[in-house]
Design a protein around this ligand. Structure first.
Ligand code: NAD
Length: 508
């Protein structure tokens, strides 16, 4: 692996793009800053690609497409299998890159890399999944068969919070089905996707099939407006998801655009509150709440449930084990940037100003020895009301909001009526209530006594309402469909000749 070059006169490493199997320095003259959130220092600079640089990467991917699409699906799958082996071999290295730029603690980062690898493992099944359909002898010597063809060059645009997993959701499914990829990862933590693209080539992937271009809005717009890009997969905040979806589809591209979230856990009076508290601690504060499937709202049916739950949660939130990402045995690391930390702190203030009760205030937390890191303690808010802005919007930090409702129906309505609809969960021992909830709630992914219901690789991931735009989910068979288009052939092979037919052919 070639090492990133050092910027002149500084200890700051300068990252690059990865195009045609090589690390390529940026030439736009524009750079973004990358921080080590545990230390609170600038650690690297990433080049922000110009439109021309993005177009050059698309040209490379376009050139690589015909040969890759013509490579047998078995051969593509074998390369994917080798890629999976290399990802496992380098899992710790990749997780460390996640820790250093994102701030997840190492065990959590390892888990996030693994969840990405699982999608690459699923993709190895493409010879089976990409099989078409065949109908024999539908009429006098006529057969019909359909094939799933790759689309061409496809773009992936990913958020900061899962720099290994989400690029793998997209790249694995796109590549194994015969497409070539230009990935534009988050400019906050691009080192992990850069390294993964390099590992793909090490696994025998042809140069030009998996390209990584770093950048910001200019790079995204170049991808959205280039007619050679046939499909765009986006994951990020809702406002940008809407923009990407509207622009890509207006330009005739297939698009799936996943947005933000506000995930409710409905807690019924019969739930075991120790289990609920355990589930909430991990789901609300794991990864410092920077997960689109984090539980950020606990909805208690009845004041008694809420009071008891808060009694259990309060000391646990106050004593969360928080520290620098690469230390082991921690529950939470820092937030990704100083700006994001400030944004979360403002939401805590807003929630308090709006009248919710701040049971635990994480804003004063200081991490000894890492005073400049972007740390926040966990915060716990009670008596949150539906009309509050801090409830309507996504906070994306280690903040759990508790709401009190009088009934199951009222609780379910909160999740259903909220503008976001990514994930939700119910904790109860009542099977009928759980079933009704799963059936009726207007949310895309539901957990029953499971706090973060992220579906495994052989199912698919996608929210509803403002959490996702487009008709296809990520990965699983939905991912395979997103990255392929159906061609159907009607073939006639028979000994006798053809008659002229002037009316619409019908079955005879
Ligand atoms: P973001 O929307 O700021 O950035 C996502 C991507 O869009 C990045 O690659 C970024 O460079 C690009 N981008 C940013 N501003 C842009 C603009 N004006 N025009 C064009 N492109 C632009 O999101 P983020 O802060 O990196 O990630 C956190 C968000 O992602 C949260 O809202 C979280 O809920 C969401 N998320 C959703 C899912 C899901 O599957 N629903 C998964 C993970 C994260």
């Amino acid at each position: 692996m070639s090492q990133p070059a050092k910027a002149v006169n500084s200890n700051i490493s300068q990252l690059c793009h990865y195009i045609n199997g090589e690390r390529v320095a940026g030439n736009s003259g524009r750079f973004g800053d990358i921080y080590n959130p545990s230390l609170g220092v600038k650690a690297a600079e990433v080049p922000l690609a110009s439109q021309a640089e993005v177009e050059a990467a698309i040209a490379v991917a376009q050139e690589a497409f015909p040969a890759w699409a013509a490579t047998s699906v078995l051969a593509r799958s074998r390369i994917m299998t080798k890629f999976v082996h290399l990802l496992y071999e380098h899992q710790h290295e990749l997780a460390e890159l996640v820790c250093k730029e994102h701030g997840k603690v190492i065990e959590d980062a390892m888990g996030s890399v693994l969840r990405g690898i699982e999608v690459a493992e699923f993709a190895c099944g493409a010879p089976h999944q990409q099989k078409g359909e065949f109908s024999d002898n539908v009429a006098r010597g006529i057969d019909i068969y359909s094939m799933r063809k790759p689309l061409g060059v496809v773009a992936g645009i990913t958020p900061f919070n899962f720099p290994a997993m989400i690029p793998l959701w997209m790249a694995s499914m796109a590549i194994v089905t015969g497409n070539t990829v230009v990935l534009k990862p988050s400019e906050k933590d691009p080192s992990c996707p850069l390294r993964m693209a390099e590992l793909f080539v090490e696994a025998g992937g042809p140069p030009g099939v998996f390209n990584v271009v770093n950048g910001d809005k200019e790079a995204v717009d170049a991808l959205l407006n280039d007619e050679r890009i046939k499909a765009v997969s986006f994951v990020g905040s809702t406002a940008i998801a809407q923009y990407v979806y509207a622009t890509a589809t207006a330009n005739g591209k297939r698009c799936q655009a996943m947005g933000g979230a506000k995930n409710h856990m409905l807690i019924l009076p019969d739930a075991g509150l120790e289990d609920v508290a355990n589930a909430l601690m991990g789901a609300a504060y794991g990864s410092a709440g920077e997960r689109c499937m984090a539980i950020s709202v606990g909805v208690c049916v009845g004041d008694e449930v809420a009071d008891q739950l808060i009694d259990i949660l309060k000391p646990r939130v106050e004593s969360l084990r928080i520290g620098p990402s690469l230390d082991t045995g921690l529950e939470m690391g820092p937030l990704v940037t100083k700006e994001h930390r400030e944004k979360v702190m403002n939401y805590i203030q807003m929630a308090q100003d709006e009248g919710s009760r701040l049971v635990v205030d994480g804003r004063d937390f200081v991490c000894a020895g890492h005073e400049n890191g972007y740390f926040l303690g966990g915060s716990l808010l009670d008596r949150v009301k539906p009309e509050m802005q801090s409830y309507q919007e996504e906070i994306f930090g280690p903040v759990l909001q508790i709401m009190r409702v009088g009934s199951f129906d009222e609780g379910m309505a909160l999740a259903t009526d909220h503008p976001y609809g990514n994930g939700t969960s119910i904790f109860t021992r009542n099977g009928a209530a759980a079933r009704t909830f799963a059936d009726k709630v207007e949310v895309g992914m539901v957990g029953i006594n499971v706090p973060i219901p992220v579906p495994l690789a052989f199912h698919s991931f996608g929210g509803w309402k403002s959490s996702a735009f487009g008709d296809y989910n990520q990965y699983g068979m939905e991912g395979l469909r997103f990255y392929t288009k159906v061609k159907t052939v009607t073939a006639r092979w028979q000994e006798t000749g053809l008659d002229a037919e002037f009316s619409m052919p019908v079955l005879k």
